[in-house]
Design a binder for this molecule. Structure first.
Ligand SMILES: NC(=O)c1ccc[n+]([C@@H]2O[C@H](COP(=O)([O-])OP(=O)(O)OC[C@H]3O[C@@H](n4cnc5c(N)ncnc54)[C@H](OP(=O)(O)O)[C@@H]3O)[C@@H](O)[C@H]2O)c1
Length: 262
């Protein structure tokens, strides 16, 4: 009998993370859903459990090292050491370059703490056991903003470029260890994060929310928002395969697999 994988999905209460959690539960993994809002994770976990899956909700603030340590201790005690990690939790706050109100440092520090250091710290905490087991998969939900720039989100772009840089270095260093790291880079996704951007654009420009959504979709090369379910399928395929160094760009059309760095 094969032992089911134990998957930790951060930011799994809603949006992309919830879709990934559902996809991994569907293929029999024990899924840990982690985010700051325990009630959201618990609702999603409950829905998975009612479908017969094993799912646990835990409180986690990836921007806080003490919260990471406490959440991982709870996970290890409850279900064991995760061999699949999906670093999905993230924030995106828009602001012009050099805001005049002096908020830049806080903005950059917050994005780096959550989108980069959070993902890095959780991976570092799980890596020793993965290395001993000579098996582990880490998939980071980065962004097309980790591959190129976008206006008014320099802090977000910087944090996602940092995450991509870390994943590229980690993949080289882990080569041959059995532990593999891959990155998924979606363009605009149909998720609550994009809903918030739509509301902000509508409020700032006087456009309707529907017009604002169409504008964001038109920024994607496919002209369509990416579906969270498509991201979830790609994440599952990466976790189930030899994926070290893989980078998959999703723009609403067919996935684009970038050449793996060697
Ligand atoms: N939406 C897009 O267009 C898009 C495009 C490319 C990449 N992405 C990336 O995809 C990931 C998921 O995005 P999404 O669109 O699904 O966003 P979302 O709908 O806003 O969901 C974000 C998730 O992350 C969690 N989260 C945020 N800060 C956290 C923290 N400090 N600690 C733990 N969990 C935290 C949230 O829960 P709590 O608030 O309860 O903690 C929530 O579960 C993010 O990394 C995002 O950058 C999104």
């Amino acid at each position: 009998m094969t032992v089911p994988h134990i998957a930790l999905v951060t930011g799994a209460g809603r949006g992309i993370g919830a879709a990934v959690a559902a996809e991994l539960a569907r293929v029999g993994a024990t899924v840990v859903l982690a985010a700051r809002s325990l009630d959201e994770c618990e609702r999603t976990a409950q829905a998975l459990r009612s479908g017969g899956s094993r799912a646990l909700a835990v409180t986690l603030d990836v921007g806080d090292p003490a919260s990471i340590a406490a959440a991982l201790a709870r996970v290890r005690e409850a279900v064991g050491a995760p061999d699949w990690l999906v670093n999905n939790a993230g924030i995106a706050v828009s602001a012009p370059l050099c805001p005049k109100d002096g908020s830049a440092d806080e903005l950059y520090e917050r994005h780096m703490a959550v989108n980069f250091h959070g993902a890095r710290r959780i991976a570092e905490a799980l890596l020793p056991a993965m290395r001993v087991a000579r098996y582990g998969r880490i998939v980071n939900i980065a962004s097309s903003a980790g591959l190129r720039g976008y206006r008014y989100v320099a802090a977000y772009c910087a944090s996602k470029h940092a995450l991509m840089g870390w994943a590229r270095a980690a993949a080289l260093e882990l080569d041959g260890s059995g532990v593999q790291v891959a990155s998924v880079c979606p363009h605009y996704v149909d998720s609550p994060m994009t809903d918030a951007s739509v509301r902000k654009i509508a409020a700032k420009t006087g456009r309707s929310e529907s017009e604002a959504r169409t504008l964001l979709a038109a920024e994607n090369p496919s002209g369509k928002l990416v579906e969270p379910a498509q991201i979830a399928r790609v994440v599952r395929e990466l976790l189930e395969s030899a994926c070290n160094g893989a980078e998959v760009e999703l723009d609403g059309g067919a996935p684009r697999y970038h050449p793996t760095q060697r």
